[in-house]
Design a protein. Structure first.
Length: 155
């Protein structure tokens, strides 16, 4: 609790707008202490900060826990994005991982991505440039692309 109080004091004292800050926790850590996460997220969100869930899909019962976690943003773990062009199981999982958080009003981003547009996500920044990303998105939508780059995609 002392660390949370220190972070709150720093946010309040900072000239940076709280909305420019997003705190991130991995799914595994969030599941280990849901009550603690709920307290931290509620207090930081009251200050105007965002809260993100990282490595979504790697924890046990991700979909059930997502309803209880007070996060604004969900980051799909990059391991699900490998070989999307050749792996229909991963494509189906990623589509579900995008749809479920959307239904709960959360933003979805993905790690290690340059092909998420074909699955309903939008570019969030970084990556190899618009030309390369557009081409990768067309290939992904056609089922012929591969995951490259490290940009995040939002939906």
């Amino acid at each position: 609790m002392r660390l949370l109080a220190e972070i709150e004091a720093l946010v309040v004292a900072s000239a940076l707008p709280p909305g420019a800050l997003t705190f991130e926790i991995t799914e595994t850590a969030a599941i280990a202490d849901i009550a603690g996460l709920q307290l931290w997220a509620r207090r930081l969100k009251e200050l105007g900060c965002g809260f993100a869930l990282d490595d979504f899909g790697t924890g046990f019962s991700s979909f059930a826990y997502l309803q209880a976690l007070p996060v604004d943003l969900v980051k799909i773990d990059g391991s699900f994005l490998r070989d999307l062009d050749a792996n229909p199981t991963n494509r189906a999982l990623v589509r579900a991982m995008v749809a479920h958080p959307h239904a709960l009003g959360k933003t979805v981003v993905a790690e290690m991505v340059a092909v998420m547009a074909g699955l309903g996500a939008k570019p969030r920044g970084g990556g190899a440039g618009p030309g390369a990303t557009d081409q990768a998105n067309r290939q992904a939508a056609q089922g012929t692309g591969t995951v490259t780059g490290t940009s995040a995609w939002a939906s």
